[in-house]
Write a protein that binds this ligand. Structure first.
Ligand code: NAP
Length: 323
């Protein structure tokens, strides 16, 4: 019989709804508990997904103290990722925490230390990496379809409605475009070009609440490859990725939630289409359960060391754009 892992969701906000929907689509997962700062909100969320009333908690701590919960999914604003990831790990839970892992590399290092010290699985929920079409693109690149990668372009901008109380614009909640959506292009470039970086260049523009609202980043790697990355809360950018090699290129529309890609070489054009089973968040959840079943403390696809390296790059960009 297939083991069913008992999941607890912390922070029933907008992304938690998507993740809960994905969990309900996977036979190996049981959406067992939910925690909010308000019992009412926990009950309201839990009812939508069939969670028992007594497993809808009015504090995050109660969920961490429930012995039945095996995996905690943390979906609160970035500024609470460190504190809650560490609290869950110390309570003996495996943790899948939303991106970015933390506000900076120092916080990310503390989480990773807690994962090791408590012998509990931890992974940053960079869901894009687990999407089947991205796995296929990685496979094709490894097989040399486009030769050696020379350049990467990726952008993620959207026009957010301005609200100084919204986490996107609030400094105390880790606001700004870089941490919220800029992490996608940075993570994509890192997965293909690594961290053998020669120099990072970045410019940004601050909004009236004191958070950066858009930024443009250029990275030169030691072997001469270049990455051109951008993020914005002020405008809808194409949200596309282009990976350009010595023998061809790959275009990934909507790269952060990709279901298709186009490979363009001298031989012609090939379209790859791999639709999600549910809404795309099921793949990261499956990875967590597979890793735990194999006794791993981290994923090979989103290793903890890579989370740390990405946060180091983000720290450097943040330092350059905060003028
Ligand atoms: N992977 C993706 O595609 C994706 C998409 C969107 C967001 N995210 C990530 O998911 C995280 C949450 O984003 P979201 O858009 O879901 O956020 P959200 O809806 O604004 O907030 C999520 C929940 O966090 C809890 N929370 C705890 N302390 C809070 C505070 N001081 N202020 C506001 N909320 C607080 C709230 O739940 P209670 O008060 O009920 O406990 C709230 O419902 C972020 O780190 C973001 O980067 C990922």
């Amino acid at each position: 019989m297939v083991k069913r892992f008992k999941w607890g969701i912390v922070g029933p906000g907008s992304i938690a709804h998507k993740f809960a929907g994905a969990l309900k689509s996977i036979p190996e997962a049981e959406f067992y508990a939910v925690a909010s700062r308000s019992r009412e909100r926990a009950l309201e969320f839990g009812r939508l997904y069939g969670v028992e009333n007594e497993k809808c908690f009015g504090s995050y701590e109660e969920l961490f103290n429930d012995n039945e919960v095996e995996i905690v999914y943390i979906a609160v604003p970035h500024s609470f990722h460190k504190e809650l990831s560490i609290a869950a790990l110390k309570s003996g839970k495996a943790v899948l925490c939303e991106k970015p892992a933390a506000l900076n590399s120092q916080e990310a290092a503390e989480i990773i230390k807690a994962s090791r010290e408590n012998c509990q699985f931890y992974m940053e929920a960079m869901w894009t990496r687990f999407l089947p079409v991205i796995r296929e693109v990685i496979d094709r690149i490894r097989k040399g379809v486009i030769g050696d990668i020379m350049m990467i372009q990726a952008d993620f901008g959207f026009k957010a409605e301005f609200n100084p109380e919204d986490r996107l614009f609030k400094p105390s909640l880790g606001g700004g475009s870089l941490l919220d959506v800029g992490i996608y292009p940075v993570s994509l470039a890192t997965s293909f070009l690594g961290t053998n970086i020669d120099k990072i260049f970045a410019v940004g523009d601050m909004g009236i609440t004191g958070v950066e609202e858009q930024c443009a980043v250029a990275i030169r790697y030691k072997n001469g490859e270049l990455a051109s990355l951008s993020s914005s809360l002020r405008t809808n950018t194409p949200q596309a990725a282009h990976i350009m090699g010595t023998k061809g290129r790959i275009y990934i529309p909507d790269f952060w939630r990709a279901e298709s890609a186009v490979i363009i070489t001298e031989k012609g054009q090939e379209n790859i289409n791999i639709p999600y089973i549910c809404n795309g968040y099921e793949y990261e959840a499956l990875e967590v359960m597979n890793c735990i079943s194999e006794g791993k403390l981290q994923s090979d696809i989103m290793p903890q060391e890579e989370t740390l390296k990405i946060m180091n790059i983000m720290d450097e960009i943040a330092a350059l754009i905060k003028y």
